[in-house]
Design a protein around this ligand. Structure first.
Ligand SMILES: N[C@@H](CCC[C@H](N)C(=O)O)C(=O)O
Length: 274
């Protein structure tokens, strides 16, 4: 099978995007895993664009382990940019598994997406039992074997847990990430973020993504971190979330809806032979 696709990224969080409005075929889980494999094409998520008669398009997100995700913040911004460059429209609406998301194309590869109102109720995250999602009291251990207890859980279309710590570099996220992702408290697993509040407008993070592992950035993790930091009264309504390659600006409006603004890469055409 010969597939025409695009490669894009948001701050290094990279995607293979396949436009199925013009190419009609189904990919099975093994083929998705193969495309995402860094020894083949390689990406954190594979994204399918599908026809929608009423809005710009439907999008489906698949992690590199072949699992489905209800949301992908950076992926949504990339697809919005791609469709805007195709149509010339400056506002793009995409239907995802977690709802319809509006993006504004601000020029110079800058895209802002409204992710919506976060869910903090234990059933909505979901957690496997009733607990205070603001402080799950989960223990993580740093490289010096010092124990830290905490974790705020939140769902922004997908489940996240954020640990606010003094030094994100003091932890081995490669080893902590999979343990927390698969913790029995999370029946649908979760994305794991270590966050250091630098000041009331800046948080530095490192993210372990459910189904994809360590990533250079994660849009929904940025949204979840800003929302969790607001719940814990650590930051202002607008805050920057700093990843290794740059920042996303997250704002929470008067309706408690989260807006995520940041850069997307240029679009690269690729051919996939499966
Ligand atoms: N990279 C994404 C998040 C992708 C989905 C996540 N791994 C999940 O399974 O929930 C983003 O930018 O939000």
């Amino acid at each position: 099978m010969d597939i025409k696709a695009f490669k894009m990224d948001g701050l290094g969080n990279d995607f293979v995007i396949i436009d199925q409005r013009s190419q009609d075929f189904n990919l099975n889980k093994d083929q998705i895993i193969k495309v995402c494999d860094r020894n083949f094409i390689g990406c954190d998520q594979l994204i399918l664009i599908k026809k929608n008669k009423e809005i710009d398009a439907d999008v489906e997100f698949y992690n590199s382990d072949g699992s489905v995700s209800g949301a992908c913040g950076n992926g949504t911004r990339c697809v919005a940019d791609l469709l805007s460059k195709e149509s010339g429209k400056k506002e793009i609406t995409l239907l995802t598994a977690s709802g319809s998301l509006k993006s504004k194309i601000l020029g110079n590869n800058l895209v802002e997406t409204e992710i919506g109102v976060p869910k903090v109720n234990w059933q909505e995250i979901p957690l496997s039992k009733q607990l205070d999602s603001q402080d799950l009291k989960i223990e993580i251990v740093d490289r010096k074997n010092t124990k830290h207890t905490g974790g705020t859980a939140i769902n922004v279309g997908n489940p996240h847990i954020i640990f606010f710590v003094d030094n994100i570099e003091a932890f081995d996220l490669q080893s902590i990430g999979p343990k927390i992702e698969n913790h029995p408290l999370f029946p649908e697993k979760c994305n794991v973020t270590l966050a250091k509040v630098v000041n009331r407008n800046l948080i530095k993070v490192k993210v372990w993504e459910r189904g994809a592992g360590l990533t250079k950035a994660c849009g929904t993790a940025a949204c979840a971190t800003a929302a969790a930091a607001n719940i814990n009264n650590l930051v202002e309504k607008t805050t920057d979330i700093a990843f290794a390659l740059g920042n996303l600006t997250i704002s929470i409006d008067e309706r408690n809806s989260i807006h995520m603004k940041g850069p997307v890469s240029d679009i690269k055409n690729i051919d996939i032979k499966l």
